[in-house]
Design a protein around this ligand. Structure first.
Ligand code: ZN
Length: 336
């Protein structure tokens, strides 16, 4: 595990190089299975012809033409959390949420406590009393894209420890079959066809398209590469990720495609002045493809200390867990 000084805003904006210019990454996301980001609230709605309880999705109210209109949203915080968990797994990071005691998941990976020396994930996504440099905008779900599905109960995983655990593991205790044996780590669920059960959930329908906007103040191009890898968009290691509620029962599969990158500050490296006219560069099409290639290359290239930011073996492993072949199998409807 590597700890480095965070770049700090003065460095990010010093204008010496394009690589640290603030940028906006725009993706199109498509839901491949029902997606629910639970609001923690219940509602009563008509399901199959009669009023039933359901677990509600997060909504946002906006005033339009002097009337309040309610939209389903995918909160930026949910996206950021999902992407962070992947970024932690594919870099030498501390996996801060995994163990309350602060023991790291990877060998020698203690939870970051000094904001002057943060692991890659804490530096990019934030740590206690440090905001981080990546932010994800809330995404509004288009009208008419919600419905209700009935899912199984979500049991506590491996109740009574009689069932094998499915944990992403690494190091000396690495499990060949991805089940059991490994050290506790960040957990990733396979893609599955949803199972049915007694719990109603308001969800976003499959094949819904969402605009996803990520604002980034990178310390270098490799960090843009890390975000792209963690969203399953490395050109050679593509995979849908899992987001939101009901992951073990087949919900939450979502696929990202990069559409546009806006880099603030010009190629001569002048400072962004806040007036963006003529100062931002927008990349799409072929230019975007080439920029993505160089970003992921930067993330995979060994840095001065010898190791690259993104561990290719762990990225490949995650790609195999998140393989679309999982959709051939139905999720378990009982304990998992
Ligand atoms: Zn950390």
């Amino acid at each position: 595990m590597k700890r480095e000084k965070p770049p700090g805003h003065h460095l990010v904006c010093d204008g010496k190089t394009d690589e640290t210019a603030p940028m906006t990454l725009i993706f199109e996301a498509k839901t491949l299975q029902p997606l629910q980001v639970g609001s923690g609230t219940h509602a009563v709605a008509e399901v199959e012809g009669r009023d039933q309880w359901l677990l509600d999705h997060v909504v946002m109210a906006r005033v339009e033409h002097e009337a309040e209109k309610t939209y389903l949203v995918v909160p930026g915080s949910s996206l950021k959390g999902a992407v962070r968990s992947i970024a932690e797994a594919i870099t030498d990071s501390c996996v801060s949420a995994a163990t309350p005691a602060g023991n790291g998941v990877w060998r020698n990976a203690k939870r970051c406590s000094d904001i002057e020396r943060l692991c890659p994930a804490c530096s990019l996504f934030g740590a206690p009393s440090y905001l981080g440099r990546a932010s994800f905008r809330d995404s509004i779900v288009p009208d008419g894209r919600s419905t209700v599905v009935s899912t199984p109960n979500l049991w506590a995983p491996a109740r009574g420890r009689r069932l094998p655990r499915f944990y992403f593991s690494t190091g000396a205790n690495e499990a060949q079959d991805r089940a059991g044996a490994g050290r506790l780590g960040r957990k990733f669920y396979f893609h599955r066809r949803p199972a049915r059960g007694p719990v109603n959930r308001r969800i976003i329908k499959p094949t819904t398209l969402l605009n996803i906007t990520v604002n980034l103040r990178p310390a270098g191009l490799s960090e843009a590469g890390l975000i792209i890898c963690a969203l399953g968009c490395h050109p050679e290691h593509r995979f849908p990720i899992k987001l939101g509620a009901g992951k073990p029962v087949g919900l939450g599969s979502i696929e990202f495609v990069p559409r546009k990158v806006i880099i603030y500050g010009n190629s001569q490296g002048s400072l962004p002045t806040g007036r963006l006219g003529g100062q931002c560069r927008e990349l799409g099409g072929k230019e975007l493809e080439e920029w993505i290639e160089s970003s992921v290359d930067a993330a995979m290239r060994p840095k001065e200390e010898g190791k690259p930011l993104v561990d290719i073996a762990r990225l490949q492993r995650l790609a195999s867990i998140y393989s679309v072949e999982g959709f051939d199998t139905e999720a378990p409807s009982g304990a998992y």
